[in-house]
Design a protein around this ligand. Structure first.
Ligand code: ISL
Ligand code: CA
Length: 550
């Protein structure tokens, strides 16, 4: 069967982390009106689909990924009326909006949980997972993603509740049909408002292994994959969501997939599955995570990254679909992690952009990548805001790690690297706010900002714009077969995209070195795009990217 053509395969996603995007009223927090003010900027880039991280009512223990009312906009972001204006502004510009759906867990301040915890026989008790302790401790040895036990004791009823994330994010019990009804109602509410789909937070985690047995696995990633993710009823639940709700709308869904390996990916996105349209698999994001996760790093390089891209391409075949991305609000800035954010910042940002927009999968760009924003180097724990960073700081330093050692790990791997305010211009606080930003602006904002890239036709911004337009013009880059042509040099990525409509070769140099590139086949092609000025046909400059066409 030929690969199916769908708008959500062709369009490009741009992720907004609203807290850090643009503050319109001087309270230091990015907001809906701030996004509205920048819609023309987003449109200028040429992207089609805006994914907004959560803007619902939330105590903000995990910046909105802990929702206390799924039907309300958090006042710090604005009002429902402003949301409607935003949605209209997006649609008027021919773009779409997808919202974050966080229904593996709610906030502990959600009315459901407040009732649930109030007594053993409360009708909402079974909205969450409550268990008796074992040997004076929690029911099992499961650990939370953010450190410590995944169980929290509640003295009121002398039981523990499950929270795979922070203790303010209790896991919802999808076994309970009433919970599913509540969730389907939430979906319908937002879809009926006219949004264009959902990014589904940790969706493979929604079905639990109900024996809650201890795990003997030593690495956290393995625990996620084999114990937390891909539970026995996960496909039943997602399929039910599809049959009951999703299929009735012209929308897209992308599941965030911690624990979804290439071996089970198609179960979520195979074209006949009636589940999700695509997944953000995290395999390449989790590269470098040691047994205890990101703050326990191990080394890796391009060979491992390329191997994963190959495996996922092979696993999806023409049936399933993934998104291609190199960072988001949970992982370091792509140019700092995969590129060179000092000497070759611009070159490497463009080179990585070329990869994102020429592999097979829906390209997803995280806010600030188009400016070339980098990681931050805050050196005090007080400068960080992320609950993950603070929890692991306590855990690791209490075990004896010197605080400065932990901080250097955070500077490389922490989530606040991507959560500093967007650098709009060189005025105070980078033009993000007239007040005091909720998290400090990266000190490099005078050098790196939107105003600067917009004024320079050779900037990263316009390279993205060119690539996005090029990909739209040449659908072969969306649907065409992908083939690695020569894998002998680990610093080079050399592949083709081909179908009956077109024939392309992409040549990328992922390194700070010059490399020879005398491939015979290139003589049959003409050079269409190149990220740097270089007349030497057979020599690639550091981080050079070229697109050839026949
Ligand atoms: O960043 C990670 C931990 O180091 C990832 O494992 C991340 O926690 C995981 O991918 C799930 O992320 C999603 O759910 C979390 C939320 O904190 C993240 O922001 C969100 O993307 C809980 O809702
Ligand atoms: Ca604000």
């Amino acid at each position: 069967m030929p690969i199916e053509r769908k708008w959500w395969k062709e369009e490009v996603i741009y992720q907004i982390y609203p807290r850090s995007f643009n503050d319109s009223n001087g309270d230091g927090i990015g907001d809906i009106n701030g996004v509205i003010q920048k819609l023309d900027y987003i449109k200028e880039l040429g992207v089609d689909i805006i994914w907004m991280s959560p803007i619902y009512q939330s105590p903000n223990d995990d910046n909105g990924y802990d929702i206390s009312d799924y039907y309300a906009i958090h006042p710090e972001f604005g009002t429902m009326k402003e949301f409607d204006t935003l949605l209209k502004g997006i649609h008027d510009r021919g773009m779409r909006l997808i919202m974050d759906l966080v229904v593996n867990h709610s906030s502990d301040e959600h009315a459901w949980f407040e009732e649930s915890r109030s007594s053993l026989d409360n009708p909402k008790r079974d909205y969450y997972f409550w268990k008796k302790g074992k040997n004076g401790g929690p029911p099992n040895n499961w650990k939370s993603f953010f450190g410590g036990s995944a169980w929290e004791y509640d003295s009121k009823t002398d039981e523990y509740f499950l929270h795979l994330f922070t203790k303010k994010q209790p896991d919802l019990n999808w076994e309970n049909p009433k919970v599913k009804e509540e969730i389907f109602d939430i979906l319908k509410f937002w879809l009926d408002k006219g949004i264009d789909g959902f990014r589904m937070d940790v969706i493979p985690l929604i079905s639990k292994r109900l024996d809650f047995s201890d795990t003997e696995l030593g690495s956290f990633n393995e625990v996620v994959e084999k114990v937390y993710s891909n539970g026995p009823k996960v496909h039943e639940y997602i399929n039910e969501m599809y049959e009951r709700v999703l299929q009735h709308y012209d929308i897209m869904t992308v599941g965030e997939g911690p624990g979804i390996s290439k071996d089970v990916g198609l179960n979520y996105v195979g074209h006949d599955r009636r589940e999700l349209n695509m997944i953000f698999h995290l395999d390449h994001m989790f590269l470098g995570h040691g047994p205890r996760g990101k703050f326990d790093p191990v080394s890796y390089g391009w060979p491992e990254i390329k191997k994963l891209f190959q495996e996922w391409y092979d696993a999806m075949g023409d049936s399933g679909w993934i998104s291609i991305f190199l960072d988001n609000h949970d992982f370091p800035r792509l140019v700092s992690r995969f590129g060179n954010d000092t000497v070759y910042r611009v070159e490497s940002a463009k080179c990585l952009a070329t990869m994102i927009l020429t592999l097979r999968g829906t390209a997803c760009i995280y806010q600030g990548s188009e400016i070339g924003m980098t990681n931050v180097d805050f050196d005090k724990i007080e400068d960080y805001r992320d609950v993950e960073t603070h929890n692991f700081y306590k855990e690791f330093t209490s075990e004896g790690m010197p605080p400065s050692d932990f901080i250097s790990l955070v500077q490389q791997h922490g989530r606040d690297n991507v959560r500093t305010p967007i650098q709009w211009n060189e005025t105070k606080h980078a033009g993000f706010t007239d007040g005091t930003p909720w998290i400090s602006v990266n000190t490099n904002y005078r050098e790196i900002n939107a105003e600067k890239v917009l004024a320079d036709k050779n900037s990263i911004f316009y390279w993205y714009k060119t690539l996005i337009a090029y990909r739209k013009e040449h659908k072969t880059l969306v649907y065409g077969e992908w083939k690695v042509l020569d894998d002998s040099n680990p610093d080079l990525y050399f592949y083709s995209r081909k179908d009956e409509e077109g024939d392309f070769i992409i040549l990328l140099n992922h390194s700070d070195l010059h490399h020879e590139a005398s491939f015979d086949i290139l003589s049959e092609y003409s050079l269409d795009l190149q990220n740097l000025e270089n007349d030497m046909v057979d020599i690639l400059l550091p981080w050079e990217a070229r697109i050839y066409r026949k």
